[in-house]
Design a protein around this ligand. Structure first.
Ligand SMILES: Cc1cc2nc3c(=O)[nH]c(=O)nc-3n(C[C@H](O)[C@H](O)[C@H](O)COP(=O)(O)OP(=O)(O)OC[C@H]3O[C@@H](n4cnc5c(N)ncnc54)[C@H](O)[C@@H]3O)c2cc1C
Length: 378
């Protein structure tokens, strides 16, 4: 690489958002091949990326498992199960995603250069950005897309998190319905006053699954605490069927209705740093895909404001009326068909459909939170 080389685009962070943007930038055939610089600090912490789509799905060659049934389990243990075809709930492991991009896609794309390093500073001068790395190296680019997200700022602002602790397990005897993904199971008693806990099951076969403990809270608890919750759920749910642990997954997803800037000083923000994680659910993968497409096609990146408002109401309930969440979710899953819920969560529903959805939820609770947010903003 020449010192004076100016890249067309520099992408900071080769995670879900950075790689999807890189992919979209290289999809349109052009006479002038884009020169793309991908800078990543090398964090390859494992994640399970799930999303829902009808066929043909994005990255269909990377999908490891699809489910055509989804389930919700209320605090009383009652299951609501539904076929969501033609939609499928789909799973891609970050392992497979990274391996495809770094071992196949990038080596076949001569315009992409990967640099491993920690980006420290981006400075604009004369229409060109200079990106300084912690190693002392620096690079120049005409445009910069930045996925750095400051966890500390977030923590200090009292933001809410979705904390995970999951186990990929194998059992000797059949324990799972392999056609059904359980999105939320509230059946483990809500012990703690300050957070909501539910479980999530992705069965890859009758004897192989990811079972995950999820906690919505401001505070991060000791890992041993999540592990205890997990064991208790397993015992209650599956009567202590013996299992072999394949691997663990853990992490935190920020949940915020804060209007993250999409751009700062001419630098495009992407991914979590651009607020692409849906505040009330934590889903982000397909939103980042759509955002990458919007960036490449110069389309509007903003989402309709009313969806931010819905997220705001739900977050307000999660934060201050934590114990109500299982009931709100139960009402939602009991009275609204699941494909419609998925459309709503994808922010593709119409206003009429949204009114119909809210009408079926505990309306007084939502009105209380509506009032709270109104009086708070005055
Ligand atoms: C455990 C877990 C499970 C999740 N499951 C789902 C799911 O099922 N479905 C869904 O839609 N969403 C899910 N999410 C949410 C979201 O999709 C992911 O968090 C997603 O990875 C966020 O994408 P990102 O590009 O913003 O960040 P990341 O994927 O974390 O990528 C950021 C990249 O930036 C690099 N980086 C950071 N700082 C620097 C720096 N200074 N210089 C250079 N590089 C840097 C890191 O190395 C990393 O590779 C999950 C999140 C977690 C944590």
């Amino acid at each position: 690489m020449k010192d004076t080389e100016v890249f067309d685009v520099a992408i900071i962070g080769a995670g879900a958002a950075g790689l999807q943007l890189m992919y979209e930038l290289t999809q349109t055939p052009s006479d002038d091949q884009l020169k793309i610089l991908l800078i990543d600090s090398g964090d390859r912490s494992e994640k399970s990326w799930c999303f829902w789509q009808s066929d043909p799905s994005i990255y269909s060659h990377l999908i490891e498992k699809k489910w055509n049934h989804l389930a919700f389990v209320g605090a009383d243990g009652t299951e609501i199960k539904s076929c969501v075809e033609p939609i499928h709930y789909q799973y891609i492991s970050s392992e497979k995603f990274y391996s495809y991009f770094f071992s196949e896609y990038i080596p076949k794309s001569p315009g992409i250069i990967v640099v491993e390093g920690m980006a420290k500073e981006v400075v604009k001068g004369d229409g060109i950005f200079n990106i300084a790395l912690a190693s002392g190296e620096s690079f120049s680019a005409k445009k910069v897309a930045d996925s750095r997200f400051n966890q500390e700022d977030w923590q200090n602002s009292g933001g809410l998190y979705q904390h995970f602790y999951g186990k990929f397990i194998r059992t000797d005897t059949p324990a799972f319905d392999e056609n059904k993904a359980t999105l939320m199971d509230f059946s483990l008693m809500q012990k703690h006053e300050h957070f909501t806990c539910f479980h999530y099951i992705l069965p890859f076969s009758k004897t192989h699954a990811l079972v995950e403990t999820t906690v919505f809270s401001k505070k991060k608890y000791e890992l041993t605490y999540y592990k205890e919750l997990w064991e208790e759920y397993w015992k209650t749910k599956l009567g202590s069927i013996p299992y072999t642990l394949e691997k663990e997954e853990m992490g935190s997803i920020p949940m915020s209705d804060y209007a993250f800037p999409l751009e700062s000083g001419g630098i495009l923000k992407i991914g979590t740093a651009a607020g692409q994680v849906k505040a009330s659910t934590g889903y982000a993968f397909t939103r980042m895909h759509q955002d990458a497409k919007n960036i490449v096609s110069n389309s509007v990146r903003k989402r309709p404001g009313r969806f931010r408002f819905y997220d705001h109401l739900l977050l307000s309930i999660i934060k201050t009326d934590t114990k109500q969440l299982p009931e709100v979710m139960k009402r939602l899953f009991r009275s609204v068909p699941m494909p419609q819920i998925l459309m709503f969560l994808d922010e593709k529903s119409t206003l009429i459909q949204e009114i119909q959805i809210f009408w079926r939820l505990p309306i007084r609770l939502f009105l209380t939170h509506l009032w709270k947010s109104f009086t708070r903003s005055k």
